[in-house]
Write a protein that binds this ligand. Structure first.
Ligand code: F0G
Length: 361
């Protein structure tokens, strides 16, 4: 049986040499592309979820962290820094541990999910809660990396994008060609940039021109931001971004121009979904499709449902939605009912009669 070796080894021919000399990997990538028959039926399309929560630290960030950390290790770096809404810090902490490097993470005060916080701590990162939001953290991290011997591993680091583009390769490898539409949540806009790069290269464009084209086309890229943190939709930065989807609570995305480029050249769109729509999609995905994700990861599903309501999803289209992070990262939302009340487990006696009665048997 073939053991998946991580994205650098699996896609060596399509990645730069400098990430391949000192490989730092946790065997990331190779995530399942799961058909979603209930969602497909509902919107009259053929929908698959690219389940990125199945990566080693539970989000897509691992794909970019293996390449960023390998490049840093190759340059002899001893320390890395990132700003994060949580998942990047979890991935950076884990990969820095594997590389034997010190890892500092700057996170927005009180706004990162418990699962992610505990990962960064478990892997021994120096975790600093910054008195500000993600955008403030990123400014500080960038300045730190400029002035001190610390490498920045946010997605403004091009090595991150190189690793993350492999998710698009995997989609094409699984489907035999690119889908019609690729849907994903947008925060700092690194991932939409990476997917677009990957799809283009697999279609023989840009850096892919020297290699065999493995796709005949590229998809329309559909990005969704949270309504309270939707700078690309509004066309201006948001000073105080707010959303339950803390992973994408970002007001001034670093890869903003690249996201616009992906949207425009792919014939796609970037739109906003409300927190209500995000939480409804989050519930629909777990309760009716069997896939448990964190709230931000449901933004793509929410957007797809919203566009379907507006009659804007082409009938029969083949659609891939990236669900970016695992539900266990931020499990509290599952314990809130649709009406906002807490879900409390029902208590029964420790005998079969009580259990059967409670179940109505
Ligand atoms: N979904 C999840 C679960 C994320 O953690 C992020 C970003 C995104 C979507 C958006 O991806 O930034 O490439 O547009 N999280 C970053 C972090 C910001 O710090 O973990 P993007």
């Amino acid at each position: 049986a073939h053991q998946w070796r991580g994205v650098i080894a699996e896609y060596a021919d399509r990645l730069p040499a400098h990430v391949q000399r000192t490989v730092v990997t946790l065997a990331e990538g190779g995530t399942p592309l799961v058909p979603l028959p209930v969602l497909s039926e509902r919107i009259g399309a053929e929908v698959f979820a690219k389940v990125e929560g199945m990566n080693p630290t539970g989000s897509f960030k691992d794909r970019g962290m293996t390449t960023a950390m390998s490049a840093a290790a190759d340059r002899g770096a001893k320390a890395v820094v990132c700003a994060s809404t949580g998942n990047t810090s979890a991935a950076a902490a884990a990969y820095a541990t594997r590389a034997g490097m010190v890892c500092a993470v700057l996170v927005p005060d009180g706004k990162i999910a418990m699962g992610k916080l505990s990962q960064a701590i478990a892997h021994g990162a120096r975790l600093l809660q910054v008195d500000g939001n993600f955008d403030d953290c990123l400014v500080a991290a960038r300045k730190l990396a400029e002035a001190y011997p610390v490498e920045l591993v946010n997605s403004v680091n091009p090595d991150r994008i190189e690793g993350q583009k492999t998710a698009a390769f995997e989609v094409v490898d699984a489907l035999g060609d690119a889908p019609d539409i690729h849907v994903l949540p947008v925060g700092n806009a690194g991932n939409i940039t990476a997917y677009w790069k990957g799809y283009r290269e697999y279609a023989g464009l840009d850096a892919g021109a020297d290699l065999p084209a493995l796709a005949t086309r590229t998809p329309a890229m559909w990005g969704f931001q949270a309504a309270g943190a939707a700078p690309i939709v509004l066309g201006h930065p948001v000073t105080h971004p707010e959303t339950v989807a803390t992973a994408i609570r970002i007001g001034n995305p670093a890869s903003w121009p690249q996201a616009q480029e992906a949207r425009d050249t792919s014939g796609g769109l970037v739109e906003a979904v409300t927190d209500e729509q995000i939480l409804a999609a989050h519930r629909f995905l777990s309760a009716e499709n069997g896939v448990f994700v964190e709230p931000a990861s449901a933004a793509g599903i929410a957007g797809l449902l919203a566009l379907h309501e507006q009659g804007r999803v082409p009938a029969g289209a083949r659609i891939v939605v990236t669900v970016t992070g695992h539900g266990l990262k931020d499990p509290q939302w599952a314990l809130r009912a649709a009406d906002g009340s807490d879900v409390v487990p029902e208590r029964v006696g420790a005998d079969v009669v009580s259990v059967a009665a409670a179940l109505g048997l």
